[in-house]
Write a protein that binds this ligand. Structure first.
Ligand code: IPD
Length: 286
């Protein structure tokens, strides 16, 4: 019994710390938006990273290491710098310092800081700070989801043709992949749905599902740090998470479907042209 109480306290402390860090990170993003945006490319000319991504991640890593020295860390920029992307049973922080880097570079007004925490490979809490809207989304397993302290609930819509579905184009520009993305979008649009959207950050798209203004969000090509925090927020708002083929969500598979309910999820799954990007936890080339 003592152990359970101890673990729960660590999680509460970690979550408070995550919220404080997300707020601080958001301030850095807002300031950088006014001043400098030095742009570099990662896997391709459309996969961008800026000094702000790196600085914000450093702030989060160093602060977590100081406060929770035994915890592990998976961060977008640490992985880009060669750190392994493997989820173990150890308490692990999964962080995207700037989700929506392309938006950030262009001043397109949706940028989020995403921080999730997993223990024994199970997600325990998620914090997404949509920093240009000043919306702090938080959720802890079994305790509900909130935006700026107000409870969130997914939409109760069951009719696909009265729904809005969110997705993104991603950063893969291979024509065969782009064809699949467009074919899926065409299928879904023609159901027909009320509309399709995408704000340029996976984490924020998921928070929009949790808020009830879009019924579902799916994407193939995301990374674990884009969706880990949003996954807790969606499920605590009453929604579902799964793989785009209807199987259970696999955080490392780079595929996600978040939906308000099973009816909508199953309807969308029928229309998705599934493909398999290289897993986040695939061994790295030496
Ligand atoms: C990206 C955003 C984008 C999604 C990409 C992600 P980043 O994350 O979430 O909406 O389409 O798949 O990689 O690179 O801006 O952190």
């Amino acid at each position: 019994k003592m152990r359970v109480i101890f673990v729960a306290n660590v999680e509460v402390e970690a979550m408070d710390h995550a919220v404080a860090l997300a707020r601080k990170a958001g301030e850095m993003v807002r300031e950088a938006l006014q001043n400098e945006r030095s742009i570099m490319c990662k896997s391709s000319s459309v996969d961008l990273v800026t000094q702000t991504d790196q600085k914000v991640e450093q702030l989060i890593v160093s602060s977590v290491k100081e406060k929770f020295p035994t915890h592990s860390f998976i961060g977008e920029e640490s992985v880009a710098a060669g750190q392994p992307c493997v989820l173990t049973n150890n308490p692990t922080w999964i962080v995207d310092p700037v989700d929506g880097t392309t938006n950030f570079v262009h001043g397109y007004p949706f940028v989020a800081v995403s921080i999730a925490f997993a223990v024994n490979k199970e997600l325990e809490f998620g914090v997404v700070y949509s920093c240009l809207e000043d919306k702090m989304y938080t959720a802890r397993k079994g305790k509900g989801a909130f935006c700026n302290g107000q409870p969130l609930q997914v939409s109760d819509q069951k009719e696909i043709n009265q729904s809005i579905i969110a997705t993104e184009f991603g950063s893969n520009r291979e024509p065969e992949v782009v064809d699949k993305i467009f074919s899926t979008m065409r299928n879904i649009l023609c159901l027909p749905v009320h509309g399709m959207r995408g704000v340029g950050t996976a984490a924020t798209n998921m928070c929009l599902v949790a808020s009830g203004c879009v019924e579902a969000y799916y994407e193939i090509g995301i990374h674990c740090w884009d969706v880990a925090a949003g996954a807790v927020i969606v499920s605590e708002a009453g929604g579902l998470l799964m793989d785009v083929d209807g199987g259970p969500l696999d955080l490392m598979s780079r595929r996600v479907l978040a939906a308000n309910n099973k009816t909508i999820a199953e309807r969308i799954i029928k229309e998705i042209e599934v493909f398999k990007p290289t897993r986040d936890d695939a061994p790295m080339d030496k």
